[in-house]
Design a binder for this molecule. Structure first.
Ligand code: SF4
Ligand code: SF4
Length: 373
């Protein structure tokens, strides 16, 4: 299998304010090109694009391509489960939405210490093992957001898991919170193939500061900045595939150009990335990956990832007056402003990056709302 997977969580939209308005004609062109170039792995989930990602699978892939010409991964949303019976209901809904007949890869979604407890209490591991026995899923695994110790515990207690999906990128490699390297080594110790998510850290590693970009361009002027991040993850032994949440055809074409006949990075290239990581660690930007897991539960309908992106742009030197206009447009469309946050903490419970979201939202408020007064 080629080491590039198509992540279906940041698809192009026809209305940028409506996450479920997937631009199906664009996605058809992208998926066709992906498959024509020999790539096979597509990754969706119950929650992506408010359910529209799984429905897009039916329109884009199932209705238009031989089911054996690609593999499909989806995920059971453990974070939404309260009782056992819900698992069956959700799985049947996923089969109906996608019309896929079966999933080649089926994951418990975003396990951490708490979600592992939920999955254990509700026998989710037995549930997916049973799906495998019935031929409704081919391989079982889980995506993961916690420390290497928690990962080690899960893989020790659940040796039947066949693969893991980990957040790995060159910036989080040594990060004490994400623990990319330690989690990677733990998965290898247990002999589990790895699917990499967030190789570009939600886009952060696609637009690095000028001094960091200069270092990369000096080595390979023709490589895109984002490609360095994907190449880094794909160069790691034991990695089965690297997911890229592609949002347009330029990103797709760029990814295909170097992943079709992939050549791993050499030691000099990895050293350049280490120097870039040092520069990025000095930034004070909010490390949000724009996964949007926090947005549905916010009682004030605050556009959390969008506000963080605007805040980061100002920190990186963009004209505040210009960015403030975009910020105010969100409020005009019915979103709460950052200053409307009531610190309920719901967003923090669902954030796989374990960000202190409400603290960051206060910083956004002091940058954009307080400045307005
Ligand atoms: S803490 Fe603020 S941003 Fe987070 S869910 Fe509550 S109101 Fe929304
Ligand atoms: S704040 Fe956390 S949950 Fe919300 S979009 Fe960012 S990374 Fe995802």
């Amino acid at each position: 299998m080629k080491k590039l997977g198509f992540g279906l969580m940041r698809l192009p939209l026809t209305d940028k304010d409506n996450a479920s308005s997937i631009d199906l004609s664009q996605v058809c062109l992208m998926a066709d090109s992906f498959i024509e170039n020999g790539f096979t792995y597509f990754d969706t989930a119950y929650m992506y694009h408010q359910g529209a990602s799984e429905r897009a699978v039916k329109e884009v892939l199932i209705k238009r391509h031989d089911r054996n010409s690609f593999t499909l991964a989806s995920k059971l949303p453990v974070m939404l489960l309260h009782e056992k019976g819900e698992q069956e209901k959700i799985f049947m809904e996923q089969l109906e939405r996608t019309d896929a007949g079966y999933f080649d890869y089926y994951l418990l979604h975003a396990l951490d210490k708490n979600h592992y407890q939920t999955a254990s209490r509700l026998n989710s591991f037995d549930f997916i093992a049973d799906l495998k026995k019935k031929g409704l899923v081919k391989k079982v695994g889980f995506s993961f957001h916690d420390s290497a110790n928690v990962l080690d515990k899960i893989l020790t207690e659940r040796p039947e898991m066949e693969f893991v999906q980990l957040q790995i990128n060159y910036l989080d490699w040594q990060d004490a919170g994400v623990q990319s390297r330690l989690c990677y080594e733990t998965a290898l110790k247990h002999g589990k193939p790895i699917v990499v998510m967030e190789p570009v850290k939600g886009g952060r590693l696609a637009a690095v500061p000028h001094d960091a970009e200069y270092l990369l361009k000096k080595v390979h002027p023709e490589w895109s900045v984002a490609s360095w991040a994907i190449r880094y993850a794909a160069s790691l032994p034991g990695v089965m595939t690297v997911l890229s949440g592609m949002s347009d055809r330029d990103q797709l074409n760029d990814n295909i150009s170097y992943m079709k006949d992939f050549v791993p990075l050499n030691s000099g290239e990895i050293s350049a990335l280490r120097a870039v990581a040092d520069i990025l660690r000095g930034e004070q930007t909010v490390p949000c990956t724009a996964c949007r897991y926090c947005t549905d539960g916010c009682p004030r309908h605050i556009a959390i990832p969008e506000y963080f992106a605007l805040y980061n742009r100002v920190l990186k030197g963009e004209e505040k007056e210009f960015v403030l206009k975009e910020y105010n447009e969100y409020a005009a469309k019915g979103h709460g402003k950052a200053i409307d946050c009531i610190s309920c903490g719901k967003c923090e419970k669902s954030c796989p990056q374990h960000l202190p979201v409400s603290t960051y939202i206060k910083r956004v408020a002091s940058k954009f709302d307080v400045a307005e007064k």
